[in-house]
Design a protein around this ligand. Sequence first.
Ligand code: SF4
Ligand code: SF4
Length: 332
Amino acid sequence: MDNPFLKIYRLSQLATSYKLKLLRPLGPPCQFGIEATNRCNFKCHFCPQSNNDHKNVRPVGNLSIEDFRSFIKNIKYTNCGNSNISICLDGEPTLNKNFPEFIKISNEEGFFPRFSSNGMLLTRELVDKLSPYKYLASVDFSSDSSVFDNIRGYKGSFYSVLKNVKYLVSTATTARQIKIEIVDITHFPNNPGNANSLVKMKRLFSADDLPSNIAFWSREFHNFCGHLDTRYDRLISRRYKLCPYPWSSFSVTWDGNVVACCRDTAGRTILGNVFETSIRDIWYEEKYVSLRKALVEKRVNEVAACSECDMPYSSSSGRWRIKYLLSSLLRR
Ligand code: SF4
Ligand code: SF4
């Protein structure tokens, strides 16, 4: 499905639409994500899942195989030229028993799926089951067992995840169609004692000898639409920048609701439902247009998902350049 010329054309359409602040973009979205489940076996401090009432903010459930197929068909219909799909939003995707089937279907339909997992259930058995397929797995990790167990809210999880990730890494050294990202979360919440944490984490995997399909980096934390209030308060004084997501991405919950972006895990701003309406229609209908208009006019307070989000005040200015937007989308 990946057509490089169409992809570049579509990306330039979106970049132009964002730059000109068009309320109805010239082309369809190019980043698609759907949630496998909003259940999770962890309670990470930085995530709204750690709130006891999070399970009550929207229905808890699992994406079905039929609905996943229907979403894939819906994406193809947009003719977006992009074959990447993210199979996660809120929750831990491997908790859905259909998860291996989602990866298989994605490949059969010409898509390259990516997912973020906390690694706890990414066992040897599951990794072997996924071995015939292409995918990108991103796992948050740390070199410090007590920091990791504390942040993730699951005592003893460090050694289980280490064992699983080591096996995953060992398979990716020969199965080069698989990509792995191991993301350091040690520095949350800005612990200065962990300055060399990324280097220490790489040592756990003998990273110097690993092929280029296995990457390591440090996570840049955002405030999860206000879940981390202190960070938001600190950043709010910075200059407002227009958030690019409503011009590029399309995020869907397990039951088909389209939310403002991948950070809106509580489903505060619902823009339509993909199991009832086509992606193209939702992308151009009034709710999406109103979201873009509010952000263009700096009325973030009027949008439930965006009102406490730190994205428009982020300090990483490079993120806002068109060149960055295009290159990051082309990499996916
Ligand atoms: S960050 Fe991921 S693993 Fe952690 S609680 Fe949230 S959904 Fe679960
Ligand atoms: S401002 Fe925040 S919540 Fe709103 S679309 Fe952008 S990233 Fe999402």
